[in-house]
Design a protein around this ligand. Structure first.
Ligand code: ARG
Length: 441
């Protein structure tokens, strides 16, 4: 079924008049049916704030925002409203992935990616943005990109140039020379050092300022080595506590949150002690790290699907042999530690490292989150209300509540019973506009 959302001619005329007269109030503030109200009939709706399922709800949408939500029995649909009938479906808030790389091509790892320019990567991101949104992810954080391609993507999407999720972006990820966030593939004569490299507290502070200057909403740092980088150990600490304290202090002063890539135990601990807002991966987190994260309210963002892709695609996708070895060492440990870290905690946000694996497959991670200890509802909350909280956007996204953006998805079956249905999102709305209504082939 297709739904047409062009304004009806009368409505178009009215809004034109309103524009000409300078104010919609020219028509009287009490107009009974504001032009362009949409009513969604939701047979089942997930209230992620209360963690419960509601039946037969109506969601009224005006412009980009949710105007009212309530039971069909009591909430009156204004006459003339456009109706979207999802009475046979389950409606949820748009999903959020707080760890993506939209400019990252999953077929271009290691040396294969060296021929790709920053511009080409940004253009690839156009397609990645569309695929991500079509999959039901209406918001993402992009944590690390070259050439400020992420800033350009965010701005182009906001300007309506092409469809994509809402974005918070980091620009370049900050890290030590030779570390996970540096470029280590080429021999010395090429002199290839990552733009995000900054050693020592003051250089690191300056780098935070530089990222903010060029459009970063948040700061990404590499606290430890990584899997996909050459010549380092995933578990080894890279930034020192002192460097991370400087970064966090500077970033927070500038109103930016800090996300720390950290696989290794001491790097995780020091990142939390330094006051980062989220620890990404957290693969080798120990009891102390888990306790500190709870105490300080640090979010954990554990990407426990991507292991499948790395090990299945291997060298075909360009992954270095050493990366495959590192992944074999930490992949399962990370999943086991997810189980330990989750128990009782709600500061776990959904983040997947999309870009390492194909964009649009983000929801595949839900299966593992449930397998390793969450209920389906908790997994859904991690990708909605908790992710919104981490992003500092709880006032605008993350739940179906009046005043928030009308970012909604719908699935056929009950996601609170079988969370894997989130890989088959059939309806996506972003900011009150229907993005799609049929399964993507
Ligand atoms: N970007 C990450 C890194 O290179 C990917 C880690 C993937 N593996 C995992 N088990 N989460 O370190």
């Amino acid at each position: 079924m297709t739904i047409h959302f062009a304004l009806r001619p009368a409505a178009r005329f009215l809004s034109l008049l309103a524009l000409c007269s300078g104010s919609a109030l020219a028509f009287g503030a009490t107009a009974a049916v504001p032009a362009g109200v949409t009513a969604i009939k939701a047979g089942r709706m997930v209230d992620v704030e209360a963690g419960r399922l509601l039946l037969d709800q109506v969601i009224l949408i005006e412009g980009e925002r949710i105007k009212a939500v309530g039971p069909a029995a009591t909430l009156v649909i204004p006459p003339g409203a456009k109706i979207i009938d999802l009475s046979q479906a389950m409606v949820l808030p748009g999903l959020i992935d707080v760890h993506t790389h939209l400019t990252g091509n999953p077929r271009e790892h290691g040396y294969v990616g060296l021929g790709t320019s920053n511009m080409r990567a940004a253009l690839y991101g156009v397609r990645a943005a569309r695929d991500t949104l079509n999959a039901g992810f209406t918001t993402v954080r992009n944590v690390g990109a070259s050439g400020f391609g992420d800033v350009a993507l965010r701005d182009a999407i906001n300007d309506g140039d092409f469809p994509g999720p809402r974005m918070q972006v980091s620009g370049y990820a900050l890290g030590i020379k030779g570390g996970h966030c540096d470029n280590n593939l080429l021999p010395p004569e090429y002199n290839d050092t990552g733009v995000g490299v900054a050693d020592g507290p003051w250089a690191a502070r300056t780098k935070v300022r530089e990222m903010a200057k060029f459009g970063a909403d948040m700061i990404k740092i590499c606290a430890t080595g990584g899997v996909l980088s050459k010549g380092d150990e995933a578990g080894a600490q890279q930034y020192t506590l002192e460097e991370m304290q400087a970064i966090v202090d500077e970033a927070h002063k500038l109103g930016r949150k800090v996300a720390a890539h950290a696989h290794g135990t001491t790097g995780i601990r020091d990142a939390i002690l330094a006051g980062v807002d989220s620890v990404e991966h957290a693969s080798l987190i120990d009891d102390e790290g888990i306790r500190l994260a709870r105490q300080k309210g640090t979010f954990l963002v554990m990407d426990i699907y991507v292991d499948d892709y790395i090990l299945a695609e291997g060298e075909k996708a360009g992954f270095l042999l050493e990366s495959l070895e590192k992944e074999r060492k930490i992949g399962q440990l990370q999943r086991d530690n997810f189980r330990k870290a989750y128990v009782g905690g709600d500061r776990m946000a959904f983040g997947t490292d999309a870009g390492v694996y194909p964009h649009g497959d983000n929801a595949k991670q839900f299966y593992y989150m449930v397998k390793y200890g969450m209920t389906p509802m908790q997994a859904i909350q991690s990708s909605t209300i908790h992710a919104a909280e981490l992003m500092g956007w709880k006032d605008r996204i993350g739940s179906i509540r009046s005043g928030k953006f009308a970012d909604l998805i719908a699935v056929q079956k009950d996601a609170t019973v079988d969370v894997t249905v989130l890989t088959e999102v059939e309806f996506v709305m972003k900011g009150g506009q229907v993005v799609r209504r049929t399964p993507v082939p």
